[in-house]
Design a protein around this ligand. Structure first.
Ligand code: ADP
Ligand code: NA
Length: 330
Protein backbone atom coordinates (compact mmCIF):
# COMPACT_ATOMS: atom_id res chain seq x y z
CA UNK A 1 0.00 0.00 0.00
CA UNK A 2 1.28 3.49 -0.81
CA UNK A 3 -0.83 5.05 1.92
CA UNK A 4 0.88 6.47 5.01
CA UNK A 5 0.83 4.15 8.00
CA UNK A 6 -1.11 4.83 11.18
CA UNK A 7 -0.66 2.88 14.41
CA UNK A 8 -2.25 3.18 17.81
CA UNK A 9 -3.19 1.15 20.86
CA UNK A 10 -5.65 1.21 23.70
CA UNK A 11 -5.50 -0.48 27.09
CA UNK A 12 -8.00 -3.17 28.02
CA UNK A 13 -7.89 -2.44 31.73
CA UNK A 14 -11.02 -0.48 32.51
CA UNK A 15 -13.64 -2.66 30.86
CA UNK A 16 -15.62 0.14 29.26
CA UNK A 17 -13.95 2.80 27.12
CA UNK A 18 -14.68 6.30 28.39
CA UNK A 19 -15.72 9.33 26.39
CA UNK A 20 -12.16 10.76 26.49
CA UNK A 21 -10.79 7.59 24.89
CA UNK A 22 -13.41 7.77 22.19
CA UNK A 23 -13.23 11.48 21.31
CA UNK A 24 -9.48 11.79 21.86
CA UNK A 25 -8.37 8.62 20.11
CA UNK A 26 -10.80 5.96 18.84
CA UNK A 27 -12.79 8.36 16.69
CA UNK A 28 -9.58 9.20 14.83
CA UNK A 29 -8.75 5.49 14.45
CA UNK A 30 -12.02 5.11 12.57
CA UNK A 31 -11.40 8.14 10.35
CA UNK A 32 -7.82 7.15 9.47
CA UNK A 33 -8.91 3.75 8.13
CA UNK A 34 -9.99 5.61 5.00
CA UNK A 35 -6.74 7.44 4.33
CA UNK A 36 -4.06 5.29 5.97
CA UNK A 37 -2.74 1.77 6.13
CA UNK A 38 -3.90 1.52 9.73
CA UNK A 39 -2.86 -0.84 12.53
CA UNK A 40 -4.74 -0.78 15.84
CA UNK A 41 -4.17 -2.99 18.83
CA UNK A 42 -5.40 -3.74 22.30
CA UNK A 43 -2.29 -3.31 24.43
CA UNK A 44 -2.62 -6.10 26.96
CA UNK A 45 1.14 -6.12 27.65
CA UNK A 46 0.75 -2.55 28.90
CA UNK A 47 -2.11 -3.62 31.16
CA UNK A 48 0.16 -5.79 33.32
CA UNK A 49 2.20 -2.78 34.42
CA UNK A 50 -0.35 -2.86 37.25
CA UNK A 51 -1.62 -6.12 38.83
CA UNK A 52 -4.27 -7.95 36.75
CA UNK A 53 -6.49 -10.91 37.40
CA UNK A 54 -5.88 -13.30 34.44
CA UNK A 55 -9.53 -14.12 33.75
CA UNK A 56 -10.48 -10.46 33.94
CA UNK A 57 -7.61 -9.41 31.70
CA UNK A 58 -8.64 -11.97 29.09
CA UNK A 59 -12.28 -10.84 29.22
CA UNK A 60 -11.39 -7.14 29.13
CA UNK A 61 -9.04 -7.64 26.19
CA UNK A 62 -11.86 -9.16 24.15
CA UNK A 63 -14.22 -6.48 25.37
CA UNK A 64 -11.82 -3.78 24.18
CA UNK A 65 -11.59 -5.40 20.74
CA UNK A 66 -15.40 -5.65 20.59
CA UNK A 67 -15.68 -1.95 21.46
CA UNK A 68 -13.20 -0.97 18.74
CA UNK A 69 -15.31 -2.83 16.20
CA UNK A 70 -18.50 -1.34 17.62
CA UNK A 71 -16.97 2.13 17.29
CA UNK A 72 -16.51 1.53 13.57
CA UNK A 73 -13.21 -0.24 12.94
CA UNK A 74 -13.65 -2.45 9.90
CA UNK A 75 -11.32 -5.47 9.71
CA UNK A 76 -11.38 -5.17 5.91
CA UNK A 77 -10.05 -1.62 6.12
CA UNK A 78 -7.58 -1.84 8.99
CA UNK A 79 -5.52 -4.37 10.91
CA UNK A 80 -6.93 -5.01 14.38
CA UNK A 81 -5.00 -7.24 16.76
CA UNK A 82 -3.97 -8.01 20.33
CA UNK A 83 -0.49 -6.85 21.29
CA UNK A 84 0.55 -10.06 23.08
CA UNK A 85 -0.25 -12.10 19.94
CA UNK A 86 2.75 -10.47 18.28
CA UNK A 87 5.89 -11.41 20.26
CA UNK A 88 8.04 -8.85 18.41
CA UNK A 89 6.64 -6.09 20.67
CA UNK A 90 8.43 -7.45 23.72
CA UNK A 91 11.55 -8.19 21.66
CA UNK A 92 11.93 -4.73 20.18
CA UNK A 93 10.90 -3.32 23.55
CA UNK A 94 14.08 -4.72 25.07
CA UNK A 95 16.22 -3.20 22.34
CA UNK A 96 14.58 0.19 22.96
CA UNK A 97 15.11 -0.14 26.72
CA UNK A 98 18.83 -0.46 26.05
CA UNK A 99 18.79 2.68 23.93
CA UNK A 100 16.99 4.87 26.46
CA UNK A 101 18.75 6.86 29.13
CA UNK A 102 17.59 6.37 32.72
CA UNK A 103 17.22 10.12 33.12
CA UNK A 104 15.31 10.33 29.87
CA UNK A 105 12.81 7.70 31.07
CA UNK A 106 12.56 9.45 34.44
CA UNK A 107 11.22 12.58 32.76
CA UNK A 108 8.04 10.88 31.53
CA UNK A 109 5.20 12.67 33.31
CA UNK A 110 2.70 9.82 32.80
CA UNK A 111 4.88 7.61 35.00
CA UNK A 112 5.04 10.31 37.65
CA UNK A 113 1.23 10.67 37.59
CA UNK A 114 0.47 6.97 37.51
CA UNK A 115 3.03 5.91 40.11
CA UNK A 116 2.00 8.73 42.45
CA UNK A 117 -1.53 7.36 42.38
CA UNK A 118 -0.37 3.90 43.42
CA UNK A 119 2.20 4.96 45.97
CA UNK A 120 5.72 5.20 44.53
CA UNK A 121 7.03 2.02 46.26
CA UNK A 122 4.31 -0.14 44.75
CA UNK A 123 4.92 0.95 41.17
CA UNK A 124 6.58 -1.72 39.00
CA UNK A 125 9.63 -1.31 36.79
CA UNK A 126 7.24 -2.22 33.95
CA UNK A 127 5.20 0.90 34.66
CA UNK A 128 8.43 2.91 34.57
CA UNK A 129 9.45 1.53 31.18
CA UNK A 130 6.01 1.26 29.55
CA UNK A 131 6.63 4.35 27.38
CA UNK A 132 9.62 2.47 25.93
CA UNK A 133 7.45 -0.53 25.06
CA UNK A 134 5.17 1.97 23.41
CA UNK A 135 8.12 3.20 21.35
CA UNK A 136 8.62 -0.36 20.10
CA UNK A 137 4.88 -0.71 19.40
CA UNK A 138 5.03 2.24 17.04
CA UNK A 139 8.42 1.67 15.40
CA UNK A 140 7.71 -1.99 14.57
CA UNK A 141 5.07 -0.86 12.07
CA UNK A 142 7.09 1.99 10.56
CA UNK A 143 4.15 4.23 11.45
CA UNK A 144 4.00 7.73 10.00
CA UNK A 145 1.21 8.92 12.27
CA UNK A 146 0.02 7.95 15.72
CA UNK A 147 -3.54 9.01 16.64
CA UNK A 148 -3.60 9.69 20.40
CA UNK A 149 -4.85 12.12 23.01
CA UNK A 150 -2.78 15.05 24.22
CA UNK A 151 -1.51 13.07 27.26
CA UNK A 152 0.54 10.87 24.91
CA UNK A 153 2.44 13.67 23.17
CA UNK A 154 5.56 13.22 25.31
CA UNK A 155 5.70 9.50 24.50
CA UNK A 156 5.58 10.20 20.77
CA UNK A 157 8.43 12.69 21.26
CA UNK A 158 10.42 9.90 22.97
CA UNK A 159 9.58 7.61 20.03
CA UNK A 160 10.93 10.18 17.58
CA UNK A 161 14.11 10.63 19.63
CA UNK A 162 14.77 6.89 19.83
CA UNK A 163 14.03 6.31 16.14
CA UNK A 164 16.51 9.05 15.21
CA UNK A 165 19.07 7.74 17.70
CA UNK A 166 18.86 4.21 16.33
CA UNK A 167 18.97 5.40 12.72
CA UNK A 168 21.97 7.58 13.49
CA UNK A 169 23.90 4.78 15.19
CA UNK A 170 23.00 1.77 13.07
CA UNK A 171 21.75 3.15 9.76
CA UNK A 172 18.30 4.09 8.51
CA UNK A 173 15.87 1.55 9.97
CA UNK A 174 12.84 3.25 11.46
CA UNK A 175 10.30 5.75 10.18
CA UNK A 176 10.22 8.76 12.49
CA UNK A 177 6.51 9.11 13.42
CA UNK A 178 4.37 12.15 14.16
CA UNK A 179 1.60 12.43 16.72
CA UNK A 180 -1.88 12.85 15.22
CA UNK A 181 -3.73 14.85 17.85
CA UNK A 182 -7.00 16.61 17.09
CA UNK A 183 -6.77 19.98 18.80
CA UNK A 184 -10.46 20.25 19.72
CA UNK A 185 -10.76 16.82 21.34
CA UNK A 186 -7.19 16.00 22.36
CA UNK A 187 -8.14 16.53 25.98
CA UNK A 188 -11.68 15.86 27.21
CA UNK A 189 -12.25 16.95 30.79
CA UNK A 190 -13.87 15.31 33.78
CA UNK A 191 -17.55 16.31 34.10
CA UNK A 192 -17.30 16.96 37.83
CA UNK A 193 -13.86 18.58 37.81
CA UNK A 194 -13.28 20.22 34.42
CA UNK A 195 -9.73 21.17 35.41
CA UNK A 196 -8.55 17.53 35.12
CA UNK A 197 -8.73 15.18 32.14
CA UNK A 198 -11.41 12.53 32.12
CA UNK A 199 -9.61 9.32 33.04
CA UNK A 200 -10.40 5.93 34.45
CA UNK A 201 -7.86 6.37 37.23
CA UNK A 202 -8.37 9.99 38.32
CA UNK A 203 -12.05 10.68 37.62
CA UNK A 204 -14.77 10.05 40.16
CA UNK A 205 -17.60 7.81 38.84
CA UNK A 206 -19.86 10.83 38.28
CA UNK A 207 -17.21 12.68 36.30
CA UNK A 208 -16.44 9.75 34.00
CA UNK A 209 -18.67 8.87 31.04
CA UNK A 210 -18.28 5.15 30.39
CA UNK A 211 -19.56 4.24 26.96
CA UNK A 212 -21.00 0.99 28.29
CA UNK A 213 -22.94 2.55 31.16
CA UNK A 214 -26.74 2.25 31.09
CA UNK A 215 -27.88 5.14 28.85
CA UNK A 216 -29.96 6.61 31.68
CA UNK A 217 -26.89 6.68 33.92
CA UNK A 218 -25.05 8.56 31.17
CA UNK A 219 -27.91 11.06 30.84
CA UNK A 220 -27.85 11.63 34.58
CA UNK A 221 -24.11 12.25 34.62
CA UNK A 222 -24.44 14.79 31.81
CA UNK A 223 -27.27 16.60 33.58
CA UNK A 224 -25.28 16.87 36.81
CA UNK A 225 -22.09 18.11 35.09
CA UNK A 226 -20.34 20.96 36.91
CA UNK A 227 -20.58 24.31 35.09
CA UNK A 228 -20.23 27.78 36.72
CA UNK A 229 -22.31 30.47 38.41
CA UNK A 230 -22.60 32.56 35.25
CA UNK A 231 -25.43 31.75 32.80
CA UNK A 232 -24.00 32.48 29.35
CA UNK A 233 -23.31 29.51 27.06
CA UNK A 234 -20.01 30.52 25.51
CA UNK A 235 -16.85 28.61 24.52
CA UNK A 236 -14.17 29.95 26.84
CA UNK A 237 -11.99 27.13 28.20
CA UNK A 238 -10.05 29.43 30.51
CA UNK A 239 -12.98 30.99 32.35
CA UNK A 240 -15.77 28.52 31.62
CA UNK A 241 -14.07 25.12 31.60
CA UNK A 242 -17.18 23.04 32.34
CA UNK A 243 -19.44 24.66 29.75
CA UNK A 244 -16.66 24.63 27.15
CA UNK A 245 -16.10 20.90 27.69
CA UNK A 246 -19.82 20.23 27.19
CA UNK A 247 -19.80 22.34 24.01
CA UNK A 248 -16.77 20.44 22.66
CA UNK A 249 -18.45 17.10 23.28
CA UNK A 250 -21.77 18.18 21.78
CA UNK A 251 -20.12 19.80 18.77
CA UNK A 252 -18.06 16.69 17.99
CA UNK A 253 -20.87 14.18 18.43
CA UNK A 254 -23.51 16.27 16.60
CA UNK A 255 -21.31 17.70 13.85
CA UNK A 256 -22.53 21.26 14.61
CA UNK A 257 -19.80 23.88 14.94
CA UNK A 258 -19.19 25.50 18.32
CA UNK A 259 -20.07 28.91 16.83
CA UNK A 260 -23.45 27.61 15.64
CA UNK A 261 -24.09 26.03 19.02
CA UNK A 262 -23.30 29.30 20.80
CA UNK A 263 -25.77 31.08 18.52
CA UNK A 264 -28.53 28.53 19.05
CA UNK A 265 -28.15 28.78 22.87
CA UNK A 266 -28.27 32.57 23.01
CA UNK A 267 -30.59 33.55 25.84
CA UNK A 268 -30.93 29.93 27.02
CA UNK A 269 -29.85 28.38 30.31
CA UNK A 270 -27.30 25.64 30.98
CA UNK A 271 -30.16 23.16 31.45
CA UNK A 272 -30.99 23.39 27.74
CA UNK A 273 -27.42 22.53 26.74
CA UNK A 274 -27.30 19.61 29.16
CA UNK A 275 -30.66 18.23 28.01
CA UNK A 276 -29.54 18.31 24.36
CA UNK A 277 -26.16 16.77 25.16
CA UNK A 278 -27.79 14.03 27.25
CA UNK A 279 -30.00 13.16 24.28
CA UNK A 280 -27.10 13.11 21.81
CA UNK A 281 -25.05 10.96 24.22
CA UNK A 282 -27.89 8.47 24.67
CA UNK A 283 -28.33 8.26 20.88
CA UNK A 284 -24.62 7.58 20.58
CA UNK A 285 -24.12 5.01 23.35
CA UNK A 286 -27.30 2.98 22.76
CA UNK A 287 -26.23 1.46 19.41
CA UNK A 288 -22.60 1.35 20.59
CA UNK A 289 -23.56 -0.90 23.51
CA UNK A 290 -25.72 -3.10 21.29
CA UNK A 291 -22.97 -3.56 18.70
CA UNK A 292 -20.39 -4.33 21.39
CA UNK A 293 -22.70 -7.02 22.77
CA UNK A 294 -23.18 -8.51 19.29
CA UNK A 295 -19.42 -9.01 18.92
CA UNK A 296 -19.19 -10.53 22.40
CA UNK A 297 -22.06 -12.89 21.58
CA UNK A 298 -20.20 -14.19 18.53
CA UNK A 299 -16.79 -15.28 19.86
CA UNK A 300 -15.90 -17.19 16.69
CA UNK A 301 -16.14 -14.10 14.53
CA UNK A 302 -14.18 -12.05 17.04
CA UNK A 303 -11.45 -14.71 17.32
CA UNK A 304 -11.17 -14.98 13.59
CA UNK A 305 -10.86 -11.19 13.14
CA UNK A 306 -8.14 -11.07 15.81
CA UNK A 307 -6.27 -14.08 14.42
CA UNK A 308 -6.18 -12.57 10.93
CA UNK A 309 -5.15 -9.23 12.39
CA UNK A 310 -2.28 -10.80 14.34
CA UNK A 311 -1.06 -12.58 11.23
CA UNK A 312 -1.02 -9.37 9.18
CA UNK A 313 0.61 -7.43 12.01
CA UNK A 314 3.23 -10.11 12.56
CA UNK A 315 4.35 -10.07 8.97
CA UNK A 316 5.22 -6.39 9.25
CA UNK A 317 6.64 -6.58 12.78
CA UNK A 318 8.87 -9.58 12.01
CA UNK A 319 10.44 -7.82 9.05
CA UNK A 320 11.27 -4.74 11.12
CA UNK A 321 12.66 -6.81 13.98
CA UNK A 322 14.83 -8.94 11.67
CA UNK A 323 16.31 -5.82 10.14
CA UNK A 324 16.87 -4.28 13.58
CA UNK A 325 18.63 -7.38 14.93
CA UNK A 326 20.78 -7.58 11.84
CA UNK A 327 21.88 -3.96 12.11
CA UNK A 328 22.73 -4.43 15.79
CA UNK A 329 24.94 -7.46 15.24
CA UNK A 330 22.64 -10.30 16.31
P1 ADP B 1 -6.48 6.26 30.07
O1 ADP B 1 -5.75 7.51 29.64
O2 ADP B 1 -7.86 6.53 30.58
O3 ADP B 1 -5.63 5.44 31.01
P2 ADP B 1 -5.53 4.82 27.76
O4 ADP B 1 -4.18 5.10 28.32
O5 ADP B 1 -5.84 3.43 27.34
O6 ADP B 1 -6.66 5.33 28.78
O7 ADP B 1 -5.77 5.80 26.56
C1 ADP B 1 -6.24 5.41 25.30
C2 ADP B 1 -6.25 6.62 24.39
O8 ADP B 1 -7.23 7.56 24.86
C3 ADP B 1 -4.92 7.37 24.37
O9 ADP B 1 -4.65 7.76 23.03
C4 ADP B 1 -5.16 8.57 25.22
O10 ADP B 1 -4.36 9.67 24.86
C5 ADP B 1 -6.63 8.85 24.96
N1 ADP B 1 -7.27 9.56 26.07
C6 ADP B 1 -7.40 9.12 27.35
N2 ADP B 1 -8.04 10.02 28.12
C7 ADP B 1 -8.36 11.07 27.31
C8 ADP B 1 -9.04 12.32 27.50
N3 ADP B 1 -9.55 12.65 28.68
N4 ADP B 1 -9.17 13.14 26.44
C9 ADP B 1 -8.67 12.81 25.22
N5 ADP B 1 -8.02 11.65 24.97
C10 ADP B 1 -7.86 10.78 25.99
NA1 NA C 1 -3.58 7.56 28.64
Amino acid sequence: SDRPRALSGIQPTAGSFHLGNYLGAVRQYVALQESHDAFYMVVDLHAITVPQDPAELRANTRLAAAQLLAAGLDPDRCTLFIQSHVPEHAQLGWVMNCLTGFGEASRMTQFKDKSAKQGADRATVGLFTYPILQVADILLYQANEVPVGEDQRQHIELTRDLAERFNGRFGDTFTVPKPYIVKETGKIYDLQDPTIKMSKSASTPKGLINLLDEPKVTAKKVKSAVTDTDTVIRFDPENKAGVSNLLTILSTLSGTSIADLEKSYEGKMYGALKTDLAEVMVDFVTPFRARTQEYLDDPETLDSILAKGAEKARAVAAETLAQTYDRMGF
